[in-house]
Ligand binder design. Structure first.
Ligand code: BG6
Length: 489
């Protein structure tokens, strides 16, 4: 049975349909799924927003956004099929009594309803109340929740509880868009479809792992929102921990949501706590100052539009994370992420252990260890650095470090680059939760992150400044240099 045959007709209800996420990501993703014939013919897309619009006006907005945000040449037939599915419903999402109007728009009584919450999390509870008030919740319905799910463990519990009053855990799809990225998904294949890595993926073979998620952008007009969060809540608690959990988890028995989520949860729970006793030694927080990016002068965080002077919010974090389990004992995972770094560049570097003995001393005194680099974005690919003999008739054996490079652009030239939201939207339509974060995992991630944030607050130190366009504060270099290692630049 192909995916589409297994997919029941659904009403895809997007709350916040005119918001930024919907316009940039969700509507273009639906267009792409439509183009691939991956949406059931009977399914409809119901846009819900505060503003008054006629259906024709809504269709015009959708068309405009798809033309703006889909990179490929638009296929007018596909667009026509998608717009034929559209319905618009104006709604005050905080007013439970107004949801009876939505009920009128949702006519397909036997359809699965997919409620996509693309609104601030503060109103997820109101939306659930409204849906319940209008008897719009059935056991087969699904709800999709965007991050941030809370600001800390307690607030995440409040949001999860509000939704859990009406939806069971198997109906809830918590998005972390990194899980929809092709290269992140490929971690499963790399680890569990290649015996070379399956058998060498532990403390016996691996010295340490680096995960870098660098962005060149700054705060992009959302200073107030970002200042409440900071890089720890915005990136580490979710995206970097998701990458870490896929790298660190035990092999799942199969690809089912139950198996994958259970193993990821165990990995997050195995993270050694970082608290007031060891935070200085294990973490570095930074904040970008004025600097240059590609030769252009850019303002520091405190000089951005809307900035409040004196903010101690971090825009950079480096952490030495460790897992307390059999596989990873003694193997640090160095995490590093920041805004206004020299380039948008995300990669994982797995450093294997040194050879125990060097028989090539005459030509190479210090044999470098093998390194596996997984380039997440851009220039997606996998690269393995290894030693090789330089061909030639010299008496001594000349060797050098070379790389095997699997560039996805070169290897899969005919393949379109798929956006994470296309994958995630498809999985929701097909009712597969494996690429979504369970409540237990969100809570385990908050527990670990909260302890670090608490320790930072207790020290009350300002984050270390770094020039915009640099790789972060100098102390992030010391964090890893103390262990006689260095970041791969
Ligand atoms: C979001 C963060 O979740 O991820 C943003 O809130 C960040 O601050 C973005 O810029 C990065 O996503 P991507 O896909 O561009 O790496």
């Amino acid at each position: 049975m192909n995916k589409l045959e297994s997919q029941s007709a659904s009403e895809i209800v997007i709350f916040g349909a005119l918001g930024d996420l919907s316009r940039r990501k969700l509507l273009p993703a639906l267009y792409q799924l439509e183009a691939c014939n991956l949406i059931n013919e009977q399914s409809r897309v119901v846009g819900v927003a505060r503003q008054e619009h006629t259906l024709d006006e809504f269709k015009a907005i959708v068309l405009e956004n798809i033309r703006n945000f889909v990179k490929e040449v638009i296929d007018e037939d596909v667009l026509a099929r998608l717009t034929a599915r559209l319905v618009y419903q104006q709604l005050d999402m905080k007013d439970a009594t107004a949801y009876k109007n939505l009920a009128v728009s949702l006519s397909g009584a036997n359809d699965t309803r997919i409620y996509y919450f693309s609104t601030p999390p503060a109103i997820y509870g109101d939306i659930c109340d409204g849906l319940n008030h209008a008897s719009l919740i059935n056991d087969a319905d699904r709800v999709v929740m965007e991050k941030p799910i809370g600001h800390c463990l307690e607030s995440s519990k409040v949001i999860n509880d509000q939704v859990a009053r009406f939806f069971n855990e198997n109906q809830i799809y918590r998005i972390d868009h990194y899980l929809g990225k092709e290269t992140v998904l490929n971690l499963l294949v790399l680890r569990f479809a290649n015996s070379l890595f399956t058998t060498n993926w532990d403390r016996n073979s691996i010295d340490h792992i680096q995960i870098t998620v660098a962005e060149s952008v700054g705060i992009e007009g959302r200073w107030g929102f970002y200042d409440e969060a900071g890089q720890m809540r915005d990136m580490i608690q979710n995206h970097l921990l998701q990458i870490l959990s896929l790298l660190a988890m035990e092999p799942p028995a199969d690809l089912s949501a139950e198996s994958i989520r259970a193993e990821k949860l165990k990995a997050v729970k195995a993270l050694c706590p970082i608290d007031r006793t060891n935070v200085k030694e294990k973490t570095v927080r930074g904040q970008y100052a004025d600097g240059f990016l590609n030769g252009v002068e850019v303002p520091g965080y405190l000089n951005e539009e809307g900035a409040v002077k004196g903010s101690k919010t971090e825009t950079f974090v480096a952490i030495k994370a460790e897992l307390d389990n059999w596989r990873w004992s003694g193997v640090p995972f160095y995490l590093r992420t920041g805004k206004r770094m020299p380039a948008k560049h995300s990669e994982i570097v797995v450093h294997f252990k040194d050879q125990p003995h060097n028989i090539f001393k005459d030509s190479f005194s210090d044999l470098p260890a093998n390194k596996l680099t997984i380039r997440l974005q851009p220039d997606e690919g996998v690269e393995l650095k290894m030693m090789n003999k330089i061909p030639g008739i010299a008496t001594q054996m000349n060797i050098q470090e070379n790389k095997l490079d699997l560039s996805f652009n070169d290897t899969y030239q005919d393949q379109r680059v798929i956006d994470a939201y296309e994958r995630l939207m498809l999985e929701v339509l097909n009712g597969n939760q494996s690429l979504f974060v369970s409540r237990d995992e969100v809570e385990a991630a908050w527990t670990w992150a909260d302890s670090i944030i608490d320790a930072w607050q207790a020290t009350n130190e300002a984050p270390k400044p770094y020039a915009a366009g640099s790789w972060g504060p100098v102390s992030s270099i010391s964090l890893i240099a103390r262990d006689d290692r260095q970041w791969v630049e």
